[in-house]
Design a protein around this ligand. Sequence first.
Ligand code: RIB
Length: 311
Amino acid sequence: MQREGYERNDMKIINFGSLNIDKVYEVADFVIAQETISAKTLNIFAGGKGLNQSIAAARAGAEVMHVGAIGSDGDFLLELLKESGADISQIQKLDEESGHAIIQVTPAGQNCIIIYGGTNQMLTKEQIDQTLDLSEPQDIILLQNETNCLGYIMEQAVERRLRIALNPSPISETLLTLPLDKAEWLLLNEVEGKILAGMKKNAPVDNEGVLSALHEKYPNVRLVLTVGQDGVLYQDHMCRAAHPIFRVKTVDTTAAGDTFGGYFLACVSEGRDVSDCLRIASAAAALAVSRKGAVPSIPKRNEVAKFLGNF
Ligand code: RIB
């Protein structure tokens, strides 16, 4: 299946995404099996790959509609989304516990994360259908693997000629059963890339090899592979491209990938070319790693413009 060209440059981003309360612990090193450690600090932030990506895309200037569910403890998540300019009319408030994440951050700014789904796992087909009725052909349906019903959303999106952007994170057995070739974009990091390419997580680093293997497996998917310190690699059926990272002091890498993804899609929705999308998204991600937390670290469009000198 060859991809259609874009007939619109005002695509809406409809994000069926997680909304988490992030409990962030600063630790000297990650806890290991049989060990008990003390954290230096605890901070509570808004997060969730879904919410982070919606806020990034909205701060980049895109028209964003977020679809999801929060519990009685999640009002501040809604407020932040609203403040960033995202449409929150399709978010349900349930009498349950919101999703949350337990995040350890080391002095080098690296993190490891445990998520608890909570209300993120309570999307209903009725809510999905109702939202999709508000879409127009070619709108972008953004998905991550922190909510339920992904298979159903993908099926409905294809039927309605919507463009699916999937961030296959976290990878799970269920995710691997989805028709990933139906996505127009896969936005993934090097570990997710290796797993989808059928390699072992700890296989030696060969980012170009991972990209080639993914391209062979999903020839019609636009692949956006973020590779940490090595920047980002891109491949579609026409071209291969790359962008290095912008060097900054790393404070906390949480949500850097989400910031990249949200900015990248916002630029796509404006009709920008691939190299521009990669450059702007890389700059936004660099600003995010230089700050603490998930949502508080996501830059606004004017900050990215200032950093780049133009945007
Ligand atoms: O990508 C970072 C996010 O992953 C955090 O905000 C956390 O909530 C988890 O979903």
